[in-house]
Design a protein around this ligand. Sequence first.
Ligand SMILES: Nc1ncnc2c1ncn2[C@@H]1O[C@H](COP(=O)(O)OP(=O)(O)O)[C@@H](O)[C@H]1O
Ligand SMILES: [Mg+2]
Length: 296
Amino acid sequence: MSAPIKVDDVGEIADRLRSTGYLCGPDLATTTYLAIRMGRPLLLEGEPGTGKTALAEALADAWQVPLVRLQCYEGIDVTQALYDWDFPRQVLHLRAMEANGKASSTGLEHADKGLYDERFLLARPVLAALQQSPSVLLIDEVDRADDEFEAFLLEVLSTFQVTIPEFGTVSAAVPPVVVLTSNRTRELHDALKRRCLYHWVDHPSLDGEVAIVRSRAPEVSASLVQQVAGFVQQLREEAQLVKPPGVAESLDWARALHHLGATELNLENAAASLGALVKYREDADRLRASLESMLS
Ligand SMILES: Nc1ncnc2c1ncn2[C@@H]1O[C@H](COP(=O)(O)OP(=O)(O)O)[C@@H](O)[C@H]1O
Ligand SMILES: [Mg+2]
């Protein structure tokens, strides 16, 4: 099997991702490079808003392949991930056959076969990714799904093929690049982790965050970005918030301030735009009380 997406070295990963606006440090670039070259899923774990989902999007963008996204949630099951049969269309088909007199008792077996035709197969993300390869399959927020679902994923990620009893086996011509993300609301199983290459995505350094915001929101003044990133770094370290802001919030905040016409951070515009930065009432209250001292 050929490589799903071609990449020669670690530098190429970083360069291509940067060309889409995604910035990654050498460690993440290396793990991503290895995942692609070794055909292993990439498991990204970290706080919300640290760019885990965005990495998968950037990979698909950089290599111009489809991004197939499976958003996990509590109670997700195999039919939502793999495939389902289009029941209403199957019924219509049967009715049409009946009307044509084709579904007589002798033709029943034939009619039954016709019902499990590819036309009536609804490919959900995992099957779609196998069919569309090369592609990037993003299995997002896998920590929200339950154990059983994890076991199912493990199987698919080991074989990159899916057997549909009524239909046959579908395998990927070229295995997709798989990115799993987890916000670590629970620990994933060792078996799944063992299958993957792992990277913990941390909040970026000050310089890293400035570069990311500059890359994503070039319209915002450079000095404002510097102040926003500095303030957010300080918040993460000191403020003991219920939910410390991620890069997503830094970006939102910088853009919000820009929309308020700000070129420098001050008490007034900071207070007015807090809703872009913190999303818990307790955090907003705490921040409002300490804004003055933090900005002085
Ligand atoms: N390293 C990065 N380079 C460019 N943009 C980033 C980076 N990290 C985060 N972002 C931006 O921050 C936002 C949140 O990222 P996201 O991938 O949704 O976070 P997560 O999936 O970790 O919760 C997105 O708009 C994303 O583009
Ligand atoms: Mg995400």
